[in-house]
Design a binder for this molecule. Structure first.
Ligand code: PA5
Length: 357
């Protein structure tokens, strides 16, 4: 057995490498999702208004739930959902906007700025946070607050930072009740974790196998618009934050109109890439064909190509199944690089420097 595989097959080594117990948080994700859904079903609601758009404002691990919501709502809601990752809000935000201000720590300055702006513009606001300054401002302003449990990394809290928003939209009548899909989501994730957790050897563990393929390569993750796009973006972010390594993502069909042309580059450069294609049963039939043709084009040049298929019947389960696999793979990749997956010192440094200036 290869040396790297031996590392992944040693549960003690995996545990020692993971000072913040990212593996534990991953294992608990199905229960987190169910709890998060209940929190959203029980929280205070914003007032019922003639809402014309929904905006989720947040950054990094606190923004990806907004993308899950945007994609899920895309063909289920009559008003648009947008994700804002900036200090400022788009001009259309006004009293007809329902805005979720999401910050796990509650102290992210871009989110606090957008929160203040949303309040000034008269938008209905819901805060999703463990507390911090966002929690203080929401309490001061009498804004409904979904207080999520502290103690994990923001990117380990996707259930808390996504499902309560879904519940609120459903309770406001903006979205059909997805309770059945939430149940299925938890059951699909429970099934997946039994194949992905650290105790399962690499030979039987798809996340460990992917990490071994991505090791010493630059991951390039390709999803499809309106289905696996969030998972592709999430994989990239998780490789960045957990494995502390570069990664890139793109979507079909757009990448067929630019990125694929880049595969005429020198072989030495292309060999460094490992392409992962995320597939979903709901991908547009023409996109499925595009994926096949594109694979033929790039696999002669790239260092490797892998394909992953979403699991489950409902959209929630399928989207999250891809996210879950990537989350596990990125933590295994961290261990292969000898990196502690949890701490993100560079982000902490940036926030500390910004606070000083
Ligand atoms: O995953 C992380 O730790 C980051 O991407 C954070 O989510 C990001 O910096 C924003 O912080 P917060 O989630 O506390 O608003």
């Amino acid at each position: 057995m290869e040396e790297k595989e031996l590392i992944l097959n040693n549960p003690d080594a995996l545990q020692r490498a993971d000072s913040l117990d990212m593996f534990g948080a991953l294992y608990n994700l199905p229960e987190q999702c169910l709890k998060a859904w209940q929190m959203g079903m029980q929280c205070a609601l914003p007032e019922r208004r003639d809402y014309r758009n929904v905006v989720v404002t947040g950054l990094g691990g606190s923004a990806i739930g907004g993308d899950l919501l945007r994609v899920y709502a895309g063909d289920r809601m009559e008003i648009p959902v947008a994700v804002n990752r900036d200090y400022l809000l788009p001009l259309y935000v006004n009293r007809h906007t329902l805005l979720f201000a999401v910050s796990y720590s509650g102290n992210t300055e871009e989110t606090l700025s957008a929160y203040d702006e949303a309040r000034d513009r008269g938008a209905a606001v819901v805060a999703v946070t463990t507390g911090g300054k966002l929690g203080e401002r929401a309490a001061r302003d009498g804004v409904p607050q979904i207080t999520v449990p502290p103690g994990i990394m923001p990117r380990s809290a996707t259930g808390y930072l996504f499902l309560p928003m879904l519940a609120v939209l459903s309770r406001l009548g903006l979205l059909e009740d997805p309770a059945g899909e939430v149940e299925e989501l938890a059951s699909v994730l429970r099934g997946q974790r039994e194949k992905l957790h650290p105790g399962v050897p690499a030979a039987d563990n798809p996340a460990k196998q992917l990490a071994l393929k991505l090791y010493n390569r630059i991951p390039v993750i390709w999803g499809a618009s309106a289905t696996s796009e969030v998972a592709a973006q999430r994989w990239k972010g998780q490789v960045n934050e957990n494995a502390k390594a570069p990664a890139y993502w793109n979507v079909f069909p757009e990448l067929n109109h630019n990125e694929v042309v880049g595969f005429e580059a020198p072989a030495e450069l292309l060999r460094k890439l490992h392409i992962v294609i995320l597939r979903d049963v709901q991908d547009h039939p023409r996109v499925k064909i595009r994926m096949d043709i594109t694979r033929d084009i790039v696999e002669k040049a790239a260092g490797g190509v892998s394909e992953v298929e979403a699991v489950g019947d409902g959209t929630l389960a399928r989207m999250y199944s891809l996210v879950y696999l990537g989350d596990y793979a990125s933590v295994y990749l961290a261990v292969l690089y000898g990196i502690d997956p949890g701490p993100v010192k560079v982000i902490d440094h940036l926030k500390a420097e910004l606070a000083r200036r």
